[in-house]
Design a protein around this ligand. Structure first.
Ligand code: MG
Ligand code: MG
Length: 272
C-alpha cells in the first residue's frame, strides 16, 4: 500500500534526505586512492551520529555497515572492506539515515583519478537516466513509466538494466510500496498519488544485465565483471510534479562541479 505523506512529513523527509546528501558530500572530500571503504564507513557513521541522526542501513536486514560501497563490477550492496581504493576505480556509495522517524536513502558513484573513458560514459548516462526517470514521476503517470524511460535511454547505449533490484517507496520504513523498477512498460503499474515519496535509483551495467551475489551474502556483482553504475535520489510528488528532496550539490561543491541538473525538480529553493 502506498503511504502518501503530508506536507509537514515531506519537510521532515527533506531533512533526512539532506542529511544523507551532506554525508555524501563529506565522503566526496575523503574518497581517494589509498583510502579503504571501511575507513569511509567509520567516518560516515561518526558524521551521521554527530549530526543527531542514526545510520539507516546498519542493522537493517542484518546489514553490518553504515555505507554500502560498490567498486567497479560491484553493482550495489558492496560491504566496506580493507582494500585500498585504486586509481581508475569507480565507487558507488549508498547511504541511509533515520531522522525524525523518516528515512533518507541516496547514492552517488564517484570516479577515482583516471577513469577509463567508456566507464565515465556509463556514469554520465546512468546519472542522466536518473533525471529522465524522475521527469516521469508526475500526476497521471504510473510506476512503470519511470522504469520505461530509464530502460529506453540506457539500453540505447547498449547497457544492461539490472532486473533483480529496484527503487522503492520511502518513509517511516526504508522500503515502502511501490517497488520502482528501472525497466517496464509505459502505462503499467500503480498510479502515482500526491504526497508519495520514492527513491529512484537506476543500477546500470556496461555489459550484461545479469548479476550474482558474492559469498559474503551481500555484495552484488555483474556476471561479466564489467563495471556498473548507481545513482539514487529521493523525490516527493508535490503539486503533481516531482520535488527533489536530496541533492548532489554538497558533492559538487567539493568536486568543483557546476551543474543545474536539479533545478527543474525544485519548487522550493535549495537551502544547504
Ligand atoms: Mg534505495
Ligand atoms: Mg540506497
Amino acid at each position: 500500500m502506498i503511504i502518501p505523506k503530508t506536507s509537514e512529513e515531506i519537510e521532515l523527509m527533506r531533512q533526512s534526505a539532506l542529511m544523507v546528501s551532506k554525508t555524501l558530500g563529506m565522503i566526496a572530500s575523503e574518497i581517494k586512492e589509498g583510502v579503504t571503504t571501511l575507513e569511509l564507513d567509520r567516518k560516515a557513521e561518526e558524521f551521521i551520529r554527530d549530526n543527531g541522526a542514526i545510520p539507516g542501513f546498519k542493522g537493517l536486514y542484518g546489514c553490518p555497515s553504515t555505507l554500502l560501497t560498490s567498486v567497479n563490477e560491484q553493482v550495489v550492496h558492496g560491504l566496506p572492506t580493507n582494500r585500498p581504493i585504486e586509481d581508475g576505480d569507480i565507487v558507488s556509495v549508498d547511504c541511509g539515515v533515520l531522522m525524525n522517524e523518516f528515512y533518507g536513502d541516496h547514492a552517488y558513484t564517484f570516479e577515482i583519478g583516471n577513469v577509463a573513458p567508456e566507464t565515465k560514459k556509463l556514469l554520465q548516462v546512468t546519472k542522466e537516466s536518473l533525471y529522465i526517470g524522475i521527469r516521469e514521476f508526475k500526476a497521471g503517470n504510473r510506476v512503470e513509466d519511470v522504469g520505461n524511460a530509464i530502460q529506453k535511454y540506457t539500453e540505447s547505449f547498449g547497457y544492461g538494466v539490472v532486473r533483480e533490484l529496484v527503487g522503492h517507496g520511502l518513509g517511516k520504513k526504508m522500503h515502502e510500496a511501490p517497488e520502482m523498477p528501472n525497466y517496464g512498460k509505459r502505462g503499467r503499474g500503480k498510479m502515482f498519488v500526491e504526497g508519495m515519496v520514492v527513491a529512484i535509483e537506476p543500477m546500470i551495467n556496461m555489459g550484461t544485465k545479469n548479476i550474482k551475489t558474492l559469498k559474503d551474502g551481500w555484495t552484488i556483482v555483474t556476471r561479466d565483471n564489467k563495471p556498473s553504475a548507481h545513482f539514487e535520489h529521493n523525490v516527493a510528488l508535490v503539486n503533481g510534479k516531482p520535488e527533489l528532496l536530496s541533492t548532489f550539490q554538497y558533492i559538487y561543491n567539493v568536486l568543483g562541479i557546476s551543474s543545474n541538473e536539479e533545478d527543474e525538480f525544485r519548487q522550493k529553493p535549495l537551502v544547504i
